[in-house]
Structure formats: structure tokens, C-alpha cells
Ligand binder design. Sequence first.
Ligand code: ZN
Ligand code: ZN
Length: 427
Amino acid sequence: MKKLNTLAFLTLGAAAFAQTPDPEITAAAEAIEDQVIEWRHDIHEHPELSNREFETAAKIAEHLKSLGIEVETKVAKTGVVGILKGDYPGKVVALRADIDALPVTERNDLPFKSEVVSTFMGEETGVMHACGHDTHIAILMGTAQILAENTDKIHGTVKFIFQPAEEGAPPGEEGGAALMIKEGVLKSPDVDAIFGLHINSATPVGTIAYKPGGTMAAVERFVVKIQGKQTHGSQPWGGVDPIYIAAKIIDGFQSIISRESNLLVEPAVITVGKISGGVRFNIIPETAELVGTVRTLDPDMRELIIRRMTEMSEGLAKAYGGSATIEFQSNTAITYNDLALTEQMLPTLKNVAGEDHVKLVKATTGGEDFSYYQEEVPGLFFFLGGMAPGNTEAYPHHTPDFQIDDDGLLLGVKTMSQLTLDYLNAK
Ligand SMILES: [Zn+2]
Ligand SMILES: [Zn+2]
């Protein structure tokens, strides 16, 4: 019985994906490759910081309008959303590209090098697409063009989400995926599934890397405020030492990882990055503060670690005669690839990139705000190779020497286009 079921599934799977990759879509992507690279160069040369992507948004909106796509601008401050209806009714799929650059001064010697200077947190800085979001924009602009010219192949609706501030809004401002969702980007028409990609400087061109389930970490920032009782440094019995309590809490936090977290499920990290308290050698101060970050890849582990950190802070401070509070601020949720959707779309990735060029990879402890969409609807987020052929090493993202090879873009356009068609046209 079990064997029969497997066979039935395989037959159905083969029928549903028999036409992929569509040779006309492949040809259309190849025909616009030079144009996509040109867009990328232009955007790379004119980067804009998070929530300040005014010119970038204008270029995107103009392109989408020229394709006859219904366009909404100023979504989540500078975001652009395009809606393309296929010739036939069906589901709604969203495709997302993030559009912001970083306060990094470019050190590359390129004809399209960024010379842009701006102000970030009161300081003058160079601005650079040092995370490769310029490639995401160009890839999605190309995908929009191909799909707009092939509505006769589309059963359903495509929503193009060009999202600002993935790297985080400036202090005191809202932004990014969370604000887009708050402003209704996943509603009317309601999105059934979402796809997104991230270019990667250390993955060879032509390669797609993916992982089902937890792919990038939930990023939490935390602050522990410890209340003691001030006294002379020579007479600790006269007060309550918040520095000593801080040490106990840090130790307690690490025991949550090493003794309580099932690290066979996923890794997890707690880092205390800052300790402050006290003024001089012979005073035991009144208060101390710890600031740090938590990284998790599994929703249950995330819940356990946050609960236990709270109990550790409050309980340990109390045990030593003081008190403590802990506050968490979520920077991203878990970038969690829906298991069923990943299984459904994996044949498309393999058909487009070639079986040998699709790699199953480990999770990373970095964060991505695409995760917020995935908390609302099933989503698939994958990595696209951007390392030039022949290279074995690459400068990391967010650095002045970061580079992406133009040859990586074509596979991005092909994959996003084909994922859309295969998802919407699946029986
Ligand atoms: Zn980044
Ligand atoms: Zn990025």
C-alpha cells in the first residue's frame, strides 16, 4: 500500500512539472540578461540607505508601469508593490526583493562603483549595495517583465513586493517587512505563498542553495537591568552587588544553551555583547546592565530559551538579594521554509539550475526579515550563487570589498519566473 502511494505521488509530480523549465521562459530570460545587468549596474552606482530609497523606488515603479502592471508606491515609506493578473483565475503568489543599501564605503574598482555619500546616525558615510540587494531588484524587475509578457501562461495573480529597509530602519523609525505586512501587503488580494532569494558572494554562480525548515535565525536583542544596593567596596555585606549578579546571570544563560537546549534539533546562540555598571574600584554600584542577542532556528527552542532567560534573570537576581528585569526586542523571526512548499517547489529549482547545482545547506545564525512574511503565509527563501567562476574565496557581505558577479543574475530571473508559473499552474 505504501509503495502504491509513493508511485502515485511520483506520477502526479511528474505530470505537474512536465513543462518545466518552459523553453519560452528560458529564452525570454536569456534575451533580457544584458538589460537586467544594466539595471543592476545603475542601481549599484546609486545606492540609498534604509527608508531613504526614493530614486530606487521611482525607477522600479516606472518600469512596472511601463509593463502595464498595476503599481502602488510609498508602501511602508518607500516600498513599491506591483500586481499582475494572469489571463486565467487562480492563486496569488508574492515575489519579494529588498531594495536598501548600507552605510559602507565601496573599495571595489568597478565602472559602476558607488561614490555616493550620505549621513547615517549623524555621521557622514559612503553608501554601498554591500549586501547585493541591487541584484535582487534587477532580478525581480526582469522577472516582472517576463511574466507581464506571458500572462497567457499565468493562472492567478502575481504580487511583486519591492521592500525597503531590510537591514533595519534607522533608530526611532518603523520599516521593512513588518511595516509592509502592517500596511496590508499580504492582503487584497490575499497571498497564498511567497518566494524570495538572497544573492551570496561565497556561493558559485549557477548554484542554488536551500534548506527546508529553519534557514536563517530569529534575531532577538535583549537588555537585562539588575538592581542591587550600593555600598563601600570594602564592605560588600552592607549592600547587594549587581556586578556579581551579572556574572551569575551570564553563566546561567550559557547553561540554557549547553544543558537545556536540544542542539541536535538546531543550533542556538546567546551572546552578551555589553556589560555596564559601576564607576570606580572601591564602590559596589547600585545597578548593572547586560545587552546581548539570541539566535534561534526552531520555534519551540526560541520559546524555551526566551522563557528560561527570563526565569534565570529574575530568579538568580532574587537568590542573591537583588532584582532584575529582562526585555526582548525581535529584529527578525525565523526564516522558516514551509516544508510542504519546499518539497513542492524543489523540482522547479532542480529543473532550472540543474540537479547538480542545487545544494542542501546548513542553517545560518544571521537573520532576514523575509521571516515575517513566512510567519503569515507559507514561503520559500533560497540563496543564489554570486561568486565569479574560478574563485574559491569571497569577501563577506556588508564589507567594502564585497562583490557579486553579473553572471549570477540570469539564473535568478529564470528561477523566480519558473517558480511563479509552476506554483500557480500546479494541478
Ligand atoms: Zn545584509
Ligand atoms: Zn541582505
